[in-house]
Design a protein around this ligand. Structure first.
Ligand code: UDP
Ligand code: MG
Length: 318
């Protein structure tokens, strides 16, 4: 039996990109259906993440014109991760398998064939992995590499060079939906789901139109989210730091007592001032890190909805 595929695509202000993406995906869907790799009722589901431009207009037009397209509109902008989850949780009602990808065609759509092959071999999750990062800037490449290393040091299990381009079966998406956390970092959560999984390599392209919706500021907060939502090592590190500084202060005390006993009472003004600054700084830093976690606990305790769906074209006119 052929499986019904839904491709979920979060879109935020993508009016320039959408027509290009839709055209490429339409061809791909037609190919996949005629090659009998997927069920003819498979669809591309665009998730409008509260865009301010014509994105939703384009989506509804595509939906009206071509049966391969459908869409979901969120009540406001909730960010890439939430939009993606909203789309997956909606699509899972209709689909057997779900592929998530970006709207900008940076992820090579021909990798889908590879995803489907792995699926045929019984995988519940297939991760798209970039085989090279030539198209990224030196800066992005360097920071990304360092970041993956840092994450694995922190004990976060993550697939190297995998963005959110992946295939998940209905079973895997339903399992993921059981994770109730509000602070979302999907690429760290999905591996926790388990099941048989594999990777498919692809070459990442440049964004073809429009500009990145991930400015540096968003990237940094996403990076911090990745660590603090999945690892408590930073807090543990602070505890060790506390012990270490206490140890140092005891040595200082002994040293002070010795100098005092010898009678060499040179006023250690600079030593004192430096320690005050150093310890004060460390304390502020530590409180900041702990505050970061308390903030997370606060949000998790509230358990606010991660997204609110305004319109689901799949349920219109039924
Ligand atoms: N995106 C979204 N909500 C946001 C920001 C981005 O749904 O608040 C979508 C965006 O439309 C795109 C994907 O997330 O489909 C990835 O964004 P982008 O390509 O701008 O990020 P980059 O590839 O530069 O990291
Ligand atoms: Mg992109």
């Amino acid at each position: 039996m052929l499986e019904k595929l839904y491709i979920v695509i979060p879109c935020y202000n993508e009016e320039e990109m959408l027509p290009i993406t839709a055209k490429a995906l339409l061809e791909k869907m037609q190919d996949l259906v005629s090659e009998e790799k997927i069920h003819p009722d498979s669809k591309v589901m665009f998730v409008d993440d509260g865009s301010k431009d014509k994105t939703w207009e384009i989506i509804t037009k595509l939906y009206g014109a071509i049966p391969y397209f459908t869409g979901v509109k969120l009540s406001r902008n909730k960010g890439h991760q939430n939009a993606l989850l909203a789309g997956m949780n909606t699509a899972v009602k209709y689909a057997d398998i779900i592929i998530s990808m970006d709207a900008d065609l940076q992820d090579d759509i021909n990798a889908i064939d590879g995803f489907l092959e792995k699926r045929a071999q019984g995988c519940e999750i297939v991760y798209g992995v970039r085989s090279s990062r030539d198209k990224d800037t030196q800066f992005k490449r360097g920071t990304a590499r360092g970041y993956y290393k840092l994450l694995s040091k922190m004990g976060v299990e993550i697939t190297y060079d995998h963005a959110d381009y992946r295939l998940m079966s209905k079973k895997a998406v339903l399992a993921l939906a059981q994770f109730k956390e509000v602070n979302l970092f999907l690429r760290g959560l999905v591996p926790m789901v388990g099941f048989k999984s594999d990777t498919v390599k692809y070459v990442r392209n440049e964004r073809q139109a429009g500009e990145s919706k991930y400015p540096l500021k968003k990237m940094i907060s996403f990076a911090i989210e990745g660590i603090t939502s999945l690892s408590i090592k930073p807090i543990r590190f602070i505890t060790f730091l506390g012990f270490f500084i206490f140890f140092v202060s005891i040595i200082m005390l002994i040293r002070f007592l010795i100098t005092w006993a010898i009678g060499n009472t040179v006023p250690g003004w600079s030593t004192i001032v430096i320690s005050i600054w150093a310890i004060g700084g460390l304390q502020l830093l530590s409180i900041g890190v702990i505050g970061e976690y308390i903030g997370k606990i606060y949000l998790e305790a509230k358990a606010r909805p991660k997204y609110i769906i305004e319109t689901n074209l799949e349920e219109e006119g039924e």
